[in-house]
Design a protein around this ligand. Structure first.
Ligand code: GRF
Length: 189
């Protein structure tokens, strides 16, 4: 299998990045992580890039040309897929439309199309949902609205599940969902 060169975008803890790094060590896993991009210089997730010697780019999103800088760096590594893993900036329409040859996927902590956007867990509880989970989807010009690749769900325990527990359960499912989504995307390659 010829692995795809991937770039992972993060802003925070990077636990999804960590899981992708581990899975990508498997020869049968479809991607190699060649670059990590963070808009947050203090993102704890950057430690994984350092620890596993993956080149990383810390980008100041206040610069008008910041997406061009990212693109330039991605070209160096011949990136063909971007995994948004807790990246808290919204990519510009221009970035998405002009880079059709690069696949962009995102992980979201709800069963899309339900609960797009931020503060998902709070809204899930307020809405008295019976079940929740996570979704991996392609990124298009509309927030959390691209074609769904995979969803994973669990039932909410009304007695015991609070925001922390729901977040924890969701994140554990995210690690599986992200990897399974990639395997599904490239299964015929
Ligand atoms: C994940 O829960 C993901 O759903 C959301 O941001 C979180 C990132 O967590 N988009 P981590 O940085 O991968 O630990």
């Amino acid at each position: 299998m010829v692995k795809k060169n991937a770039c992972v975008f993060i802003s925070g803890f990077g636990s999804n990045l960590k899981s992708l790094i581990f899975n990508s060590r498997n020869v049968n896993f479809p991607i190699n992580i060649k670059l990590v991009v963070s808009n947050n210089p203090k993102a704890p997730g950057l430690l994984y890039a350092k620890k596993y010697s993956i080149p990383f780019l810390i980008i100041n999103t206040k610069r008008r040309d910041y997406e061009n800088i990212i693109l330039k760096e991605m070209k160096k590594f011949k990136i063909t897929i971007i995994c948004l893993a807790g990246y808290m900036k919204i990519l510009s329409k221009k970035f998405i439309i002009n880079n059709k040859y690069i696949k962009i996927i995102n992980i979201h902590p709800s069963l899309l199309p339900k609960f797009k956007g931020l503060n998902t867990f709070e809204r899930i509880i307020q809405n008295n949902e019976k079940k929740t989970g996570c979704t991996v989807h392609f990124v298009n010009e509309k927030l959390d609205s691209g074609k769904i690749i995979i969803r994973k769900e669990f039932f909410i325990d009304k007695k015991f599940d609070n925001i922390t527990r729901i977040k924890d359960k969701t994140q554990k499912l995210e690690y599986k969902a992200f990897s399974e989504a990639l395997i599904k995307m490239y299964r015929y390659n």
